[in-house]
Design a protein around this ligand. Structure first.
Ligand SMILES: Nc1ncnc2c1ncn2[C@@H]1O[C@H](COP(=O)(O)OP(=O)(O)OP(=O)(O)O)[C@@H](O)[C@H]1O
Ligand SMILES: [Mg+2]
Length: 444
């Protein structure tokens, strides 16, 4: 500013000095004329620059800054500097905004910035997926109109936002969403969303599991309690007592089997134990499984084997023998006397190893098949319990299979029979020459 006044002062000083010297040299009239001419030139010069400045500001471009003389040069460069610093601030702001958006987009949770009226200022892509928002169309709209859920409306209303609210059926009927509001700034709020469908499913599985275990233990415990009461209260003959004790020990064995299977499952699920990899000679294993199947069947079934692949298997011999044994035991248990059970080892089209047990039993209805390997799931509840089944066998088979990268496949046709197959990846199958470790017994 000081520099501006100095420049104006100097210009006026020159004009006055020029007029004064004209006065001295040519008289007052000439001095007046020269003063008017100087002032007219000065005003013209100012108007021309004013016009230049207006045109520049109307179509502002930083790289088209005009040049001028004196104060105008000062003015042009001041505006140029101001515009440059404004542009730099804009760039910094937009970089900060991009980085904030990048951070919210990278978050596993959805983020929606709302104003005091619950209108959407910004929503991340994840939040859009969680809440079925259409971006950018829904920007500026009220979240309560877009997320129409009574629990959410109630949550927003109550303002008890230190815990999240769980919304079942959002965005689709089979999903569960958790939403939490976090106030920030003056009156704004962040809405954080998280898909908790799998956590909810785990929680349901846990609850079902506890209920199932309790239910499975309740029956034998009720039987034991009833017999104990009978033993205490009734005078019984030695034969009756022996009968009761035999039933009681059957129930105790059932509970023992249940506990053993539960412990096996829990060990397999925690997957902390490493696999004790070994070379398993499949012809020997097939033979051993068949002779143990004969023992369980006690001659009521025809047991056949089919060795269609010369490859052997690499895996944990104890776990795999138990899984294969489970499938064989099921086939015999659920196939009525006179039926046929076939144990087969074959190669798949891409070198996979396929172990399957086929039976000519009653078959399983199609709607059971996808759930058969769930813990405690039984297709024929009565029959399974009558035969002493815990309902955990196939769950164990599936887990052992998974530890070896194998898939459990079940095919079944009512009144024709079932085939249970474990399909091992080609990497686990190798042409065998080495002698295998001796197989643990199937009935152990
Ligand atoms: N070969 C089969 N034929 C017909 N149904 C079968 C066969 N194998 C299994 N199932 C059905 O699948 C259900 C689950 O089998 P799973 O082996 O898991 O349990 P289980 O045999 O009842 O008990 P366990 O834990 O003693 O094996 C059985 O209850 C039965 O209904
Ligand atoms: Mg079974």
């Amino acid at each position: 500013m000081t520099s501006l006044w100095i420049r104006v002062g100097i210009t006026l000083g020159i004009v006055v000095a020029l007029s004064a010297s004209t006065w001295l040299a040519a008289g007052s009239r000439a001095a007046l004329l020269s003063l008017v001419a100087c002032l007219a030139t000065w005003v013209g010069f100012q108007l021309w620059h004013l016009h230049k400045m207006t045109r520049w500001l109307e179509d502002f471009k930083l790289d088209k800054t005009p040049t001028g003389l004196g104060t105008w040069d000062l003015l042009y460069s001041s505006v140029h500097r101001l515009a440059r610093s404004y542009e730099r601030q804009q760039q910094q702001l937009s970089a900060a905004l991009t980085s904030f958006r990048g951070a919210t987009e990278a978050m596993p949770d959805g983020v929606v910035a709302l104003d005091i009226h619950n209108q959407i200022n910004y929503a991340s892509q994840r939040a859009a997926e969680h809440l079925s928002l259409r971006l950018p169309t829904d920007q500026g709209r009220n979240i309560l109109n877009l997320l129409r859920h009574p629990a959410f409306a109630d949550y927003v209303e109550r303002r008890a936002w230190d815990v999240p609210v769980t919304l079942h059926g959002v965005p689709t009927a089979d999903r569960v969403l958790q939403a939490q509001l976090v106030p920030y700034g003056e009156q704004d709020r962040l809405l954080l969303t998280r898909d908790v469908t799998s956590i909810e499913r785990l929680e349901t599985t846990r609850r079902d599991f506890v209920a199932n275990v309790s239910h499975e233990l309740k029956t034998p415990l009720t039987v034991l309690a009833g017999f104990l009461e009978t033993l205490q209260e009734l005078p019984l003959s030695a034969a009756q007592i022996a009968d009761i004790l035999s039933t009681m020990s059957g129930q105790t064995r059932r509970m023992q089997r249940l506990i053993d299977d539960l412990l096996t499952l829990s060990r397999l699920e925690s997957a902390q134990e490493p696999l004790h990899e070994a070379h398993i000679e499949m012809s020997t294993l097939l033979h051993q499984l068949a002779s143990e199947a004969q023992l369980i069947s006690r001659g009521s079934h025809t047991i056949e084997t089919s060795l269609a692949s010369s490859a052997d298997l690499r895996g944990d011999v104890i776990e795999l023998t138990s899984a294969f044994g489970n499938l064989v035991t099921n086939a015999i248990r659920y196939t009525p006397a006179g039926g046929c059970v076939t144990l087969r080892w074959a190669a798949g089209p891409n070198g996979e190893g396929i172990f399957c047990v086929a039976d000519t039993g009653p078959g399983i209805e199609a709607h059971h098949l996808s759930r058969l390997a769930e813990r405690f799931y039984r297709a024929d509840k009565g029959r399974s319990r009558d035969t002493g089944g815990t309902g955990l066998g196939l769950a164990i088979v599936k887990h052992i299979g998974a530890r070896h990268g194998a898939q459990l496949e079940i095919q079944s046709e009512l009144r024709k029979g079932s085939t249970f197959s474990l399909i091992f990846p080609a990497a686990r199958c190798q042409e065998g020459q080495t002698k295998t470790r001796s197989m643990p017994p199937l009935l152990a």
